[in-house]
Design a protein around this ligand. Structure first.
Ligand code: MN
Ligand code: MG
Length: 651
């Protein structure tokens, strides 16, 4: 595209007048401005659409980032566009292609179609590229009009990394020309080398075991980067699908960006995987990082958010140095596609790039049909109207799917054989959301869009390893959901309105009763206020009273496992960090099971209290399910001023 430079150094473009980057203005003869653009963790977000909620959104979409690609290119004399992996899976469009349409030889995957439209110069493999198997992956990248590189997942390891049998090329050297400040063009050789967390061997064992092998990221870099230099790469860009984690290298580390940036010969590091933004205040005061200068271990680095939320920009001022180039200075930015105000409202900062939408419109429409159509069947209604007073199908299905997933992940690990429990809480359970804010999926077909109802948050799956004592503590913490009830009371208010339902974890795999005559052990924040309180009664595993010293694994989410809600047994007990969202796991569970039977198993109940009744509120539409609650003595007694139905429960 021809650039039209006016006297003040501004470019005319489709979006109006753009400021040239200072490096482009300042470059002298034999100096050149090279802009590196990064997208990362796109997860098939091509259109600005939330398929789970079945509505448009302004926070995602390659079409949005794409609208600024041309402007961003126009701000710089020279630029390249790179993707950092995790493009293939992570939303219903990806599931639609994988589970429904399939990839035959010659088929185009919509994310690749979109990337081709934009003229990407290269990409690497993220961990999610392996989710649908190697055959699916190779058919997908066959359509890419750009190289896809990865140095540390290989068909077969050799005696050293350079003797490995590659799965995709470990690196590529792009021969490009750069225009310098005097308008003269010069050759440059740009090396791209890719890395992915070796944990893929666990996360996608069923696809990868026996077919590929993984190496440590830093070890692979140390072996390969010198070869890029030997072959004449002027600069080396690491496409590192890895997060910014510990500064110290450990063998096989998942988030290796800091030690990787320290490898000699790497000039620039593109990171991702953690779905965060670098530079940003998130990373202030982290050893090895300089947020003000945008450096990781002294090298220019960036992380461009996720789902197309940002474009990562690394501007390099290069100078000719003999026959090659060296980096004189750099400038780093992660440019967002939207702004979130303090009241959490969203303002889009960019529009769509129509050619990306047009090229993928048909698949978008097919995906809409897919999320609205049944993908499985439920033998029981999935509702949350009584989730706070009895074991509940909407919580049960989440719990079952988590347990199903963690069982697979524990196979072949040191944790195999330890009993697996599963913790889940009702998210849509009235409260401040109002009397209609409940999950209500009737018996029969289940559509993908229903799953967002079952799991509201984009949490990822975790497993923690805890003791029987911690299981009890976890449940005591949960039981803060309820007010203390005087034995013999009439119509005592049951639910503590200050306690959020997402902290009411039910643990499946054990049975227990909740004794409401006892005070809560914890306050709302999770501080112990009644150390001797004992609400959790008759806690049993496998029919036997739980042994406080026995070890258990609990399947849960990143929020809880990381200490959210300050539950006993969380914070420092994580043994497994899944790359998959709980929502994806539920979709996969439903698709694979075909028919699910999420009937609550009534593994918990209130301890009986003679002659005592409590009142609780739920959505009026729940009345139709009230007789599904086994032998509970329930009656609807009225409606409160907020429109909630009031029920009386005889304890
Ligand atoms: Mn990702
Ligand atoms: Mg249950």
């Amino acid at each position: 595209m021809p650039l039209h430079l006016n006297r003040r150094g501004f470019l005319a473009s489709t979006a109006g007048f753009l400021a040239l980057h200072p490096f482009s203005l300042r470059a002298a003869a034999n100096q050149a401005h090279l802009r590196i653009m990064e997208t990362t963790d796109l997860h098939v977000h091509v259109h600005p659409y939330d398929y789970y909620a079945d509505r448009p959104t302004d926070t995602v979409g390659l079409s949005r980032v794409a609208s600024i690609v041309q402007d961003i290119r126009d701000e710089a004399t020279n630029s390249i566009l790179l993707d950092n992996g995790d493009f293939l899976q992570g939303n219903p469009m990806g599931d639609y292609i994988a589970y429904e349409r399939g990839m035959k030889d010659g088929d185009m995957h919509p994310i690749i179609t979109a990337m081709n439209v934009l003229g990407f110069d290269g990409s690497t493999l993220g961990n999610h590229e392996f989710n649908y198997g190697l055959d699916f992956l190779s058919k997908t990248i066959a359509g890419a009009e750009f190289p896809v590189v990865c140095a540390n997942v290989v068909k077969q390891t050799g005696a050293s990394p350079r003797e490995d049998t590659p799965l995709v090329p470990p690196y590529v050297i792009l021969d490009r020309s750069l225009t310098d400040g005097a308008g003269t063009t010069h050759d440059i050789r740009i090396g791209l080398i890719g890395f992915v967390p070796p944990q893929v061997m666990t996360w996608d064992r069923r696809h990868l075991e026996g077919n590929v092998e993984a190496r440590d990221i830093v070890a692979a870099a140390r072996a390969w980067v010198p070869q890029l230099r030997e072959e004449g790469a002027d600069i080396v860009i690491a496409l590192a699908h890895t997060g910014i984690g510990p500064a110290e290298a450990t063998d096989g580390m998942e988030n290796a960006a800091i030690p990787l940036a320290g490898v000699d010969g790497i000039d620039v590091i593109l990171t991702g995987h953690s779905h965060l933004v670098f530079p940003s205040p998130t990373y202030e005061d982290v050893p090895g990082l300089d947020v003000a200068n945008g450096t990781i271990n002294g090298k220019p680095g960036v992380m461009g958010g996720f789902w197309g939320s940002h474009m990562g920009l690394i501007d390099l001022m290069l100078e000719r140095d003999g026959s090659g180039w060296r980096v004189l200075s750099h400038d780093i930015e992660a440019r967002p596609i939207f702004e979130r105000a303090e009241d959490r409202s969203i303002t889009p900062l960019v529009g769509d790039y129509q050619p990306v939408l047009d090229a993928t419109q048909k698949v978008h429409e097919e995906t809409l049909a897919y999320v609205r159509r049944a993908v499985g069947n439920t033998d029981a209604p999935l509702h949350s109207y009584f989730a706070l007073v009895a074991d509940d199908p909407s919580v049960q299905v989440v719990s079952n799917a988590q347990r199903w997933y963690i069982e697979q992940m524990m196979q072949g690990t040191e944790h195999e054989g330890i009993p697996i429990l599963s913790a889940a809480a009702p998210f849509k359970a009235g409260g401040r959301g109002g009397p209609d804010y409940y999950t209500d999926v009737p018996k029969g077909p289940v559509a993908i869009k229903n799953v967002s109802d079952l799991y509201l948050y984009p949490n990822t799956v975790r497993a923690v390893r805890v003791t029987g004592d911690q299981v009890k503590g976890w449940l005591e913490r949960s039981a803060g959901m309820f007010n203390q009830v005087e034995p013999g009371a009439t119509d005592a208010p049951l639910l503590n309105p200050d306690f959020p339902s997402y902290n009411f974890d039910v643990i499946d795999g054990v049975t227990y009763q909740i004794d409401l005559s006892e005070p809560a052990m914890f306050d709302r924040e999770g501080n112990v206020v009644n150390p001797d309180a004992n609400r959790i009664r008759d806690l049993r595993y496998d029919g036997q009273p739980i042994d406080p010293d026995q070890e258990f694994i609990i399947a849960t989410n990143n929020y809880r496992a990381g200490g959210g809600g300050s539950f006993p047994g969380t914070g420092d007990t994580i043994i497994f960090e899944g790359p998959d969202t709980n929502r994806d796991v539920i979709v996969r569970y439903i698709v694979q099971q075909g028919t699910i039977n999420p009937k609550a198993d009534f593994n918990w109940r209130f301890a009986p209290m003679e002659g005592t009744s409590v009142i609780f509120e739920t959505g009026p539409a729940g009345a139709k399910y009230s007789d599904s609650l086994q032998d509970m003595q329930l009656e609807e007694v009225g409606t409160n001023e907020d429109g909630f139905a009031q029920f009386r429960l005889m304890l």
